[in-house]
Write a protein that binds this ligand. Structure first.
Ligand code: HEM
Length: 432
């Protein structure tokens, strides 16, 4: 038995709403048809959407060999960002993941803490001098500078950082169109939009290439950063290093996967803390790192930066009692899983207590997937948790964060990651 299929008339009626604001449309369907439904825009594009943690576990972990990343990630995103870990697939992905994984070990990432902290201190001090600023703009700036510093502890100047930041923002904002509205792919090509963005991607590659060449040419002790890790690592089977083009792909993917996601999570967490001053007070009064982690996790439950991911079935299968056909896309609706009342009572409410390790253990292990699950789980999860804790701790201990005027109520706007749909003006005052 297949999951219930959304009638064609309903799909057509909602097409533009779906492209602009998919989350409320998916939620309506889930409330009406159950935790799984099939949406097909054309016979060639049939997607089984789910907010069932067991189906997610089946696809991402139990039978992951039968599922590959869809053409959306490997093709459309890969066209601009190359074939780094996030956009790679099959044997090539596995080989790269094995090669890079040790570099993201918790202890290696902790070695980058001082670099992260230096960026945070500098950015917060700068922000405190401004009369007001937009929350999400601030967290994007911090997260981007942190990832730049973690990859290239030296060498990447302010102008290059700005340019790369601009290019990545342009690419992430653009790539959403051919993904959401596939019928625009032709027009985007004819009107030169695709070409313009391919050129930007080429420029980003060159910025990274220059750094790589400089690094290879530098004498003396090498810095302990992510670039050096990628340069030094060797394939187990051949003992050879990565070639330069693959290395540049991996660097670009770290930027793309590791900056906007963290910036999003930070912006939502800070907004939630402004909205719930009692939680902010609790954090200020207690240096307990566990509670800070609970706050971040509860924020990512409500607003998961990676709000959806997908996989394509390589062969026929069955998941959660439903038939999956070969070639079907599985839309793993992470936002929906996190808001599913089957796993969370009163799911729309911000309650960090529910992320206590004991409470988490009682729930389905795939009911909380901010970093995905299974073998393709986020490689940067320790990195992200560390940078978020460092920024929040510093802000809470050193400054008073205030909303300028009444706190706006942003609605989550799903680009590739989950943006805030409006400006949240805030200011920072030093407590000293
Ligand atoms: C709060 C911040 C972050 C969130 C919510 C997040 C979320 C995710 C998710 C859900 C996936 C899995 C996607 C899938 O299965 O289709 C993923 C993969 C990935 N993430 Fe993150 N991420 C974050 C931060 C980072 C950081 C800081 C880095 C790098 C420094 C990073 C690098 C990657 C890479 C390379 C992959 C692909 C892994 C693979 O397929 O082998 N992420 N991330």
């Amino acid at each position: 038995m297949h999951a219930p299929r959304i009638p064609r008339s309903v799909t057509l009626r909602n097409l533009f709403r779906l492209a602009r604001r998919p989350i409320p449309v998916f939620t309506e369907y889930l409330d009406r048809y159950g935790d799984n439904f099939i949406l097909s825009i054309s016979e060639a594009r049939v997607t089984h959407f789910t907010r069932d943690a067991e189906v997610a576990r089946h696809v991402l972990q139990r039978n992951h060999r039968n599922y590959e990343k869809s053409e959306i990630q490997t093709g459309e995103m890969g066209k601009y960002l190359g074939r780094g870990l996030l956009t790679n697939a099959g044997d090539s992905w596995l080989r790269q993941r094995r090669l890079i994984q040790p570099g993201f070990h918790r202890r290696r990432i902790e070695a980058l803490q001082a670099e992260m902290q230096a960026v945070i201190d500098d950015e917060c001090a700068g922000a405190a001098e401004q009369p007001s600023f937009d929350l999400f703009r601030f967290t994007r700036e911090v997260a981007f500078r942190i990832i730049v510093r973690a990859i290239f502890t030296r060498g990447f100047g302010t102008a290059d950082t700005k340019r790369l930041h601009y290019i990545l923002d342009e690419l992430q904002a653009f790539v959403i169109y051919p993904i959401r509205l596939p019928f625009l792919r032709g027009p985007l090509r004819w009107t030169g939009q695709e070409g313009r963005h391919l050129k930007l991607a080429h420029e980003a590659r060159n910025l990274v290439r220059v750094q790589l060449q400089e690094r290879r040419g530098t004498r003396g002790p090498a810095p302990d950063d992510l670039l050096q890790m990628l340069v030094d690592t060797r394939y187990e089977d051949t003992g050879e290093p990565m070639d330069d083009e693959q290395l540049i792909d991996e660097v670009l993917i770290l930027f793309a996967a590791g900056y906007e996601t963290s910036a999003n999570a930070l912006a939502w967490t800070l907004w939630l803390l402004l909205k719930h001053p009692e939680e902010l007070r609790k954090l200020r009064d207690s240096p307990d790192p566990t509670y800070l982690i609970q706050v971040i996790e509860e924020s990512m439950r409500l607003y998961p930066p990676a709000w959806i991911t997908d996989r394509m079935a390589l062969g026929p299968d069955e998941a959660g009692g439903f038939t999956i056909d070969e070639g079907m896309t599985m839309g793993l609706f992470i936002y929906g899983i996190h808001h599913n009342p089957a796993y969370y009572d009163d799911p729309e409410t911000f309650r960090p207590d529910r992320m206590h390790p004991d409470r988490k253990r009682e729930r389905h292990p795939f009911s909380f997937l901010p970093f995905g699950g299974g073998p393709r789980q986020c490689i940067g999860n320790h990195f992200a948790m560390l940078e978020m804790q460092l920024l929040l701790r510093h802000l809470i201990d050193t400054y008073r964060l205030e909303s300028v005027g009444e706190l706006p109520e942003p609605i989550p706007k799903p680009f590739i990651t989950l943006h805030q749909d409006r400006i949240v003006p805030v200011r920072l005052r030093s407590e000293q």
